[in-house]
Design a protein around this ligand. Structure first.
Ligand code: FPP
Ligand code: MG
Ligand code: MG
Length: 348
């Protein structure tokens, strides 16, 4: 039995399944067309696979919502892994990761990025055209996998995510001065761009587990709040980097003219920031000016506080799951709660 203070290593709980997932992902994108194959497998290769954060959360969610498991050791549970339901939940984790990677391929084209995950981005290495097509290809394979689950509600959830990703990206790309200065607009965009995928895929996991609507909603809320907390922390780190001081981050948002939570909170204290924001930080000295106001304000602290609030909501959702007697289920729930804590204390 575990105590509240002990941290659970979330990766170790689902490590075996994550390596199965990695292999399946590679097999899902095989194609007879060499150039397409090379492009599609680029971010599924060893070393550039990323943190597999989403699949890990989804597998932990699957274990957290397993009903009818008798009080058995983790070993026994793993034996039951070939159960139909678990396989279907693994498919959701794979589809989610494919959608995520596809959106990154397209994002790097839109951002004209030259690196991703410490290597050249696909657009940089193989050109924009192939990067766009590789993203489309991943989405098409993800669509086939999704259809094969033969669950129209799940298809609807994950299709909606695609619309949200596009909507979020467009909201960031084209906005009025008023929208750029609005916290509400920013949170909506953040939900579409970052949190919708986690929210809806968590809900899909709960649906496949056969959970009632209220529990599906709790799973959705966990994913949504975890995603929002994650992005808010990302926005802070863009300013602070691994240090505690301003301007040590990559400042990539502000350089791209993108307004995020810390600046929006600073704006409430210093309305002078309006002009700088409306110029999209483009006039020489604008970035330094924005950093100066941000430093004088409570912006960073308030953004962190908002992230912590959403992490708290995520924790509350898991605590509201129907009680379970299984030690393994409890362990996985604890891991989900620890993850929401880790998301807000991370420094990179
Ligand atoms: C990363 O944002 C980008 C996303 C989370 C989503 C991008 C969505 C699209 C390009 C729409 C197309 C969607 C699909 C499904 C093909 P970022 O540029 O802020 O962060 P990063 O580059 O630093 O990771
Ligand atoms: Mg980008
Ligand atoms: Mg982008």
């Amino acid at each position: 039995s575990i105590t509240d203070e002990e941290q659970v290593d979330p990766f170790s709980l689902v490590a075996d399944e994550l390596s199965i997932l990695a292999n399946r992902l590679r097999s899902m994108i095989l194609t007879e067309i060499p150039k397409l194959g090379t492009a599609a497998e680029y971010f599924f290769k060893l070393g550039v696979e990323g943190k597999r954060f989403r699949p890990m959360v989804l597998l932990l969610m699957a274990s957290s919502l397993t009903i009818g498991i008798p009080e058995v050791a983790a070993d026994c549970l793993r034996k039951g892994l070939d159960e139909e339901q678990r396989l279907r939940q693994q498919r959701i984790a794979e589809i989610t990761e494919m959608i995520h990677v596809a959106s990154l391929l397209h994002d790097d084209v839109l951002d004209d990025a030259d690196t991703r995950r410490g290597v050249g981005s696909l657009n940089f290495v193989m050109g924009n055209k192939l990067a766009v097509l590789a993203g489309d290809f991943l989405l098409s394979r993800a669509s086939v996998a999704l259809a094969s689950l033969k669950n129209t509600e799940v298809v609807e959830l994950l299709s909606k995510v695609l619309e949200h990703l596009v909507t979020g990206e467009i909201m960031q790309m084209t906005n009025t001065n008023e929208q750029r200065c609005s916290m509400e607009y920013y949170m909506q965009k953040t939900f579409y761009k970052t949190a919708s995928l986690m929210a809806n895929s968590c809900k899909a996991i709960a649906l496949i587990a056969g959970q009632p609507a209220e529990v599906c909603m709790l799973a959705y809320d966990y994913g949504r709040n975890l995603g929002l907390a994650y992005q808010l922390v990302d926005d802070v780190l863009d300013f602070t980097g691994t240090t505690a001081s301003l301007g040590k981050g990559s400042l990539s948002d502000i350089r791209q003219g993108i307004v995020t939570a810390p600046i929006l909170f600073a704006l409430e204290e210093f309305p002078q920031l309006h002009d700088v924001i409306n110029r999209k930080f483009k006039k020489p000295g604008d970035i330094d000016l924005a950093l100066e106001f941000l430093g004088k304000s409570d912006g960073i602290r308030k953004a962190k506080q908002l992230a912590a609030q959403h992490a708290g909501f995520a924790t509350f959702s898991v605590e509201s799951f129907p009680p379970s007697e299984s030690e393994y289920v409890k362990l996985c729930r604890k891991a989900l709660i620890d993850l929401s804590e880790k998301v807000i204390t991370r420094t990179k």
